[in-house]
Design a protein around this ligand. Structure first.
Ligand code: NAD
Length: 438
């Protein structure tokens, strides 16, 4: 039996030992899905508190419940470690490390590079490695493959198997999860695609095989660039509607009645999260090296980046109407997470809005049930505990993130002035003169 057949047999029998490298928003749910499918999974993360938490049966990712981790750990299907040497015994490894941007706006591949340096020490025949971190097309073949082959002398597609599979998880979402969202997989060789797909098929409902790692990498970038550009477009429509004195939310609702050829996107105070504002910039960076300028991406990025400033302008104008200067006014931000009902602050436009308001001399406070404290670039604030009192005393309330737990009718009743960037008050009467919509 060749290496591929031997590994496929182990994967189908679930006797293959599985490891997930990087136990964050993506890696922990993936480790859980493999463990639920019956694999013995060892998660690796350099952060000791995460490893301890899992081994104690405690989840730190909102979509995963303590009971599930507790049960899987007790069954012996899930454990976590900070010891990379476990890779020596592994048959199947998924890489879910961060791929952020540097301060300069260039891709930061340091996590992928450091994980492949470590992997290089433990690569052995009969192992399958899948990269899940979002990155530019070419990363798996150009960066990871040489690290795994050069020192070991092993051949991809024959001795070991390497593939890319983009993570599509949408944190906070209940209908589409890691287990039932179709998973695209592309390998370095057809045999790599085959082995990786058979592994994932054991735990995930639908596998979509593509011809190469580059196609799989580019698929993710098409999906996220599509969202980023459409959000940029609708944000620009909001800015234009504002100039024209037209309610963009009414326009979107009306356009949404067209049964074909229109897809609804919503404007907002700016793009947040670890994916949509960042991933397309990986693509434009790669293209720059090939002397090509990704104009749609650059334009949408510029419009989206400007939305916090546009929001602050709305607050300033709204206060002005009430003969109040922004300087010295009490502004309460409601919701700081980058989207509703999640505990993720990464790239949240609320942070830019708070910085901009403070720069202009506003007395800023915030409320968010998911964040008792925020620390960001010299800023350290605590969430107010009594939202009703905060709303009552604020000169202006700004709804930045429309968490479903908020009582919007009560907010509307108690506030003097509200800037609603999410149309959160649509159900409770946003025709009120004290409400200014984006
Ligand atoms: N969060 C999302 O919604 C989402 C969705 C789709 C794709 N992605 C992509 O998935 C990847 C991971 O994102 P995330 O949100 O899970 O990030 P995260 O920051 O939540 O998790 C990454 C984990 O990797 C760990 N880590 C850091 N260095 C490591 C190393 N050398 N070895 C092993 N682990 C290491 C970190 O401690 C952390 O726990 C990124 O490329 C991201 O773009 C994220």
């Amino acid at each position: 039996m060749d290496k591929a057949q031997a590994l496929i047999k182990k994967l189908k029998e679930k006797s293959a030992r599985v490891s997930v490298l990087g136990l964050g928003y993506v890696g922990l749910p993936l480790a859980v899905v493999f463990a639920e499918a019956g694999f013995k999974v060892t998660g690796f993360d350099p952060v000791e508190s995460k490893v301890e938490s899992i081994n104690r049966g405690k989840s730190y990712v909102l979509d995963i419940q303590d009971e599930q981790i507790h049960r899987l750990v007790k069954q012996g299907n899930l454990q976590a470690t900070t010891d990379f040497a476990i890779l020596e015994q592994m048959d199947a490894v998924s890489i879910c490390v961060p791929t952020p941007l540097r301060k300069t706006g260039d891709p930061d591949l340091s996590f992928i590079l450091s994980v492949s340096e470590l992997l290089k020490q433990y690569i052995h025949p009969g192992i399958v490695v899948v990269l899940e971190s979002t990155t530019y097309p070419g990363t798996t073949r150009e960066l990871i493959l040489p690290k795994l082959t050069e020192a070991s002398g092993l051949e991809a597609g024959k001795d070991f198997f390497l593939a890319f599979s983009p993570e599509r998880v949408d944190p906070g979402r209940k209908d589409w999860t890691t287990a039932n969202t179709p998973k695209v997989i592309g390998g370095i060789t057809p045999q790599c695609t085959e082995v990786a797909s058979i592994w994932y098929e054991q735990a995930i409902q639908t596998i979509v095989r593509v011809s190469s790692t580059e196609v799989a990498e580019m698929t993710k970038l098409l999906e996220n660039t599509f969202r980023m550009i459409n959000i940029g477009l609708v944000n620009e429509m909001a800015i234009m509607s504002d100039r024209l004195g037209i309610d963009i939310w009414e326009v979107i609702k009306a356009a949404g009645t067209k049964p074909f050829g229109f897809m609804k996107f919503l404007p907002g105070p700016g793009l947040g999260g670890h994916c949509i504002p960042i991933d397309p910039l990986y693509l434009s960076w790669k293209l720059k090296a090939l002397n090509y300028s990704a104009r749609f991406i650059d334009l949408a990025s510029e419009i989206n980046t400007n939305m916090p400033r546009f929001t602050v302008g709305k607050v300033q104008d709204a206060l002005n109407e009430q003969r109040k200067p922004l300087k010295g006014s009490k502004v309460l931000i409601i919701g700081v997470a980058y989207k509703p009902d999640i505990d993720d602050l990464r790239e949240s436009p609320a942070l830019d809005i708070i910085h901009l308001l403070r720069e202009k001399g506003a007395k800023v406070s915030y409320h968010d049930p998911y964040f008792h404290q925020i620390i960001h670039e010299g800023l350290k604030m605590n969430s107010i505990s009594d939202i009703n009192a905060g709303v009552k005393t604020a000169d202006c309330v700004v709804i930045v993130t429309n968490h479903s737990s908020y009582d919007y009718a009560a907010i509307l009743k108690a506030a003097t002035l509200i800037v609603d960037t999410r149309n959160a008050l649509s159900e409770v009467g946003n025709g009120s003169p004290k409400v200014v919509k984006l």
